[in-house]
Design a protein around this ligand. Structure first.
Ligand code: COA
Ligand code: AMP
Length: 626
């Protein structure tokens, strides 16, 4: 390969200051940064120190000031409520400024945290941008998480206010959010101040003393101006699953984030000002933060906030209709969505009903893209299908095919090449670099480019320990894989106990904590097993306490209900087996990886340190069922 990509990549490695200084010129600064990259205190990097900006100004006001106020900034397309709404940059700026005034009136100021627990309504993006406007730190919690998960995040982020809605809509079902919110506040130790609640027509939430009605508050709100913040001040904290039950609060800055995302949209996604991007994800995930809200708006593009699924409401042609109606140039979603469409409409017959000629590229990420789905989507859509790899921690792609910079060859099973700024290597257990084709731990050499996590919220030690301690000088991605002879990255899966269910990252640890809390359970393990639709689904294995006479028929459904209540429906925890014992090493460590391999029909390496090999033999039929 040669040309634009290679040049950009080399420059980002040999002259990171020059490369990112140039990218920073795409952003409006109140004070230009003095330093571009400060790597004097690695593993902590500081980007654009001395720079002062406001992310909301860059996402909204500056486009209005430049005379583009009438361009559509955001389209809410909601087949589940049969509603479509368009907001121009000027309208969105005004709503965000007013909502920032509401937040200020309930005491939110610079540096304060605000939890946003909302379905896919435009007010979710408005609330995020309003926080950015005030220099407050938002923390969006995905609506599919239950009260206990929300409570854990309230206690960690210690918000000054919460923004929520009366309900979300899942297919034809109305899911009430307010009872979950109230329960979470009850469970949490921290008092989160006022709850601002958007009443939706599908369900009226009962309001209490701490609650503020969104619509009423907006009527009397005074618009708030953008508050200048330091480039290194936090913009948001987004919780993601680690290996334990306690989620990790990924903290992102204002300056590095704005520069990286603004650079990435045209370079990777080939989307520029005035063009339409449709990211079918949820604002509760990093993909939603970066490519529903921030990158398109920082670029002056039009973004689609879609409330619905790729199938079901009304059918597997849902995405094609959105592409046609809004002249979408780039579609970004998870492979699961395409597996869902393929399952419902294997020949993609519904495509014939729509004109999707505006679509130039399909981008997929969030989980491994199986070659079969890649081939199917490429053939049916007739556009390049670009797999790209990234994580909540990085905030934007580590590896991609940079369509705007230089389209490269696409290879099935690979998210292509390292993105400028990311020095990707594959290391062996002893830290030595592995040659092309050999699988090991995928790492990124420090310093990472702008836009990546600064630290974990209020927990520098966990940041070091989780990501920076395994290999000195490297960020541990937690993914395993290899590089091929051409430098293409192949990501094969997590090397830890994080699982990916329908593109949703979940911790088996948090499910195990719930199972362990059942009075009849002595010990348990949750592993991710392969699933043809969702990529992976969790499977629970429990050992009952001595003397418990009730069996799997009774206890199984109780455990399924417990995980649904405490972690949330999104865990898709539906499969639990009662087993006589769990396989362990002599030091008592449960052999989750070995069980996972057996369940997936792979050749499992049974460790020599296993306590009792016969336990695995008795488990084999349970693990291999289905
Ligand atoms: N609020 C409340 N509940 C939610 C929710 C939300 N925001 N999101 C999901 N749930 C619920 C679902 O209703 C479902 O509940 P059920 O068990 O009662 O049916 C459960 O959580 C599991 O949801 P999901 O994994 O989405 O499965 P599904 O069967 O409803 O839909 C797909 C299957 C393939 C259509 C869907 O998973 C999909 O669109 N995946 C793409 C995911 C994606 O975009 N990921 C973002 C990363 S890029
Ligand atoms: P999240 O932090 O929720 O975005 O999930 C990140 C994880 O999803 C990564 O660590 C990978 O395990 C997985 N992932 C994301 N994109 C890809 C991809 N293109 N190929 C394989 N795995 C992916």
């Amino acid at each position: 390969m040669s040309g634009e990509y290679q040049q950009a990549y080399q420059r980002s490695m040999t002259d990171p200051n020059g490369f990112w200084r140039e990218a920073a010129s795409l952003i409006d600064w109140y004070t230009e940064p003095e330093t571009i990259m400060d790597d004097s205190a690695l593993p902590f990097s500081r980007w654009f120190a001395g720079g002062v900006l406001n992310t909301c100004h860059n996402a909204l006001d500056r486009h209005v000031d430049a005379g583009r106020g009438d361009q559509v900034a955001l389209i809410h397309d909601s087949p589940v409520t049969d509603d479509r709404q368009k907001f121009t940059y000027a309208e969105l700026r005004d709503l965000v400024a007013r909502f920032a005034g509401v937040l200020r009136s309930v005491g939110v100021g610079k540096g304060d945290r605000v939890i946003i627990y909302m379905p896919m309504v435009p007010e979710a993006a408005i609330a995020m941008l309003a926080c950015a406007r005030l220099g407050a730190v938002h923390s969006v919690v995905f609506g599919g998480f239950a009260a206990r998960e929300l409570a854990v995040r309230i206690d960690d982020a210690k918000p000054s206010a919460i923004v929520s809605a009366s309900c979300g809509i899942e297919g034809k079902r109305v899911i009430e959010y307010k009872p979950l919110l109230d329960r979470a506040i009850e469970l949490a130790d921290h008092d989160p101040g006022r709850s601002i609640v958007l009443q939706r027509p599908q369900a009226q939430a009962a309001m209490g003393d701490r609650d503020v009605d969104w619509a009423k508050a907006m009527r009397s709100a005074e618009a708030a101006d953008c508050v200048p913040v330091a480039a290194t001040d936090p913009l948001y904290v987004l919780y993601t699953s680690g290996t334990t039950g306690k989620p990790k609060g990924v903290q992102r800055d204002n300056g590095g984030h704005a520069v990286a995302l603004r650079w990435s949209l045209p370079a990777i996604y080939d989307v520029g000002p005035g063009e339409v991007m449709f990211t079918a994800s949820d604002v509760g995930w990093v993909v939603g933060h970066s490519y529903i809200v921030y990158a398109p708006l920082l670029t002056g593009a039009t973004t689609i906030l879609y409330e619905g699924k790729p199938v079901g409401t009304p059918d597997a042609g849902a995405f094609w209709r959105v592409i046609q109606d809004h002249q979408v140039k780039a579609l970004f979603t998870a492979p699961t969505a395409f597996r869902g469409i393929k399952k419902e409409d294997p020949d993609a017959a519904l495509l014939a009903d729509y004109d999707i000629s505006s679509l130039q590229t399909l981008f997929l990420a969030g989980e491994r893209l199986d070659p079969e789905t890649w081939h199917w989507a490429s053939e049916k859509l007739g556009v390049p299908v670009v797999d790209h790899w990234w994580q909540t921690e990085t905030g934007w792609p580590i590896a991609a095919n940079l369509r705007g910079l230089e389209p490269l060859e696409l290879k099935a099973g690979s998210p292509s090449v390292p993105v400028p700024g990311f020095q990707v290597e594959v290391l062996d257990v002893d830290g030595s670099q592995l040659p092309a084709g050999e699988e090991g731990a995928i790492v990124v050499k420090l310093p990472m480019p702008p836009g990546c996590l600064q630290t974990l919220w209020d927990d520098d030690e966990r940041f070091r320990e989780s990501y920076m301690s395994r290999y000195d000088g490297y960020y541990l991605t937690g993914d395993g894989g290899y590089l091929d002879e051409d430098g293409y990255v192949f990501v094969m899966g997590r090397t830890d106990d994080v699982i990916n269910v329908a593109g949703h990252r979940l911790s088996t640890g948090s499910m195990e904590e719930v199972l362990a809390g059942h009075p009849d359970v002595a010990e348990c393990a949750v592993i991710g097993v392969a699933d043809s639709l969702k990529g992976q689904v969790p499977r629970g294995l429990v050992v009952l306490k001595a003397g418990v006479t009730r069996g799997e028929d009774e206890i199984g459904p109780e455990l399924v209900a417990l995980v649904r209540d405490e972690v949330g429906a999104v865990a898709s925890f539906k499969d639990v087996a009662v087993v006589p014992a769990l396989p362990k090493t002599r030091s008592g460590k449960v052999l989750r990886k070995t069980m996972r391999q057996i369940a997936d029909g792979q050749d499992a390496m049974v460790p020599s340190t296993i306590d009792d090999a016969t336990v695995l033999d008795t488990l084999r039929p349970v693990l291999q069922k289905g």
